[in-house]
Design a protein around this ligand. Sequence first.
Ligand code: PMP
Length: 446
Amino acid sequence: MRVSTKDRTKSHEWHKRAQRSLIEGVNSPSRGDAVYAGGPVVIDRGHGSHVWDIDGNEYIDFMMSFGALIHGHAHSKIVEVVSQTIAEGSHFAAATPAEFEAAERFCRMVPTAEAVRFTNTGSEATMLALRLARAHTGRTKFLKFEGHYHGWYDAYCLGAHGHPFDQLGLRQNPARIADSAGIPSAVLDDVILAPWNDLEALESILRHFGRELAAIITEPIMANMGCILPHDGYLDKICELAHGYGALFILDEVVTGFRYAPGGCQERFGLRPDLSTFGKALGAGFPIGAVTGPRAILERMRWGDGMVLHYGTFNGHRLTMRVIAANLDLLTGNDGAAYKHIYAVGDAAIAGLRDIFRRRQIAAIVQGFGPMFQIYFTDRDAIQDYRDYCRYADTAKYSRFVHGLMDRGIYMTPSNGLHWIISTAHTMADVNALLAATDEACVDLR
Ligand code: PMP
């Protein structure tokens, strides 16, 4: 393999120009200089599993819009549906068949979905889930876990970024480091923070605060410190503990939903969350979020005294709703072929990467399975929580490694906190190209 995608002259020029009208030249810090050394690759177009930058370099994309593109770029069915729908009028902010066609499919696939409310982003979904939980329980505080990201809403901006290990405080009493300026301290006073994958610490924290909690929210697989799996039975236990204290169990499936199984991690792990939130893969590249659960909770949004308010001009956007229906048909059709494909390709990539690191004697592990995984440069056997990530993952080395891959035709974010995504568009040939590029990039790591 001798692909070189190093010449990114136009990317640099465009990025320079973009700085004049956009902060950092982008619309989210995760896309700019803070993550991409020397500036981002400026992407021009995509097709299937491939993207092209504005210099004309071709890459295999393993970032896939942070997981939104479950069918890759410009899937023919999605293009057809979008073209047809937009010609009829993109959105009416009124009742449409498109929204209940999407909702019916959603409710058929997600085990706990008695009804669904669509939002426009995952952040809106988690925001709404918390408001519903607070209204339902009449309580204000909630518990989130260190290193879990639930969007950029004020209440969730605590302990979601990596920090030097010596600043993290005790497990039983984690340091409360706000992820953003501009958040009133009163908002964060209502957030209880706990380490993940640690039942003892959770039980001890709940003994103090359990009765005050509206909810415990968790990602089923930690997807914002790479890819960290829950210990066996851990998520069931969180659910049981939450209920024991009269709090709701909210499962944030924004990353895992429609990815690990048709019904997300709640299907895969057999969980019964009170509320769950979705986004990303549900929209196959279009902006979306969703909250689901039992009617007894969701009906609180029904208009009337004491209702939970949820408005939004773009809620149930017709274009997106049509895309969702097509997406979910693609995912469920053909006897589950989409998931079999994603798992086969993902597992092959994981096995191949592990093999290269072993052969080249590089201290690195690959965590995850099937649709999503992450590489950590570490001497440890496993990264099990946020504290392990902050202490043992060599994130600078990971960034160097990914930059090396980007020079060799592989597109991925250099942020170790994110994860590799396999879509239905990826092929075994893509995996082979990734492995060849990895083998070469390892040489620069010494
Ligand atoms: N929850 C989780 C677990 C996420 O990873 C994200 C986004 N990365 C969100 C919520 C927020 O979703 P969005 O970016 O669509 O607002």
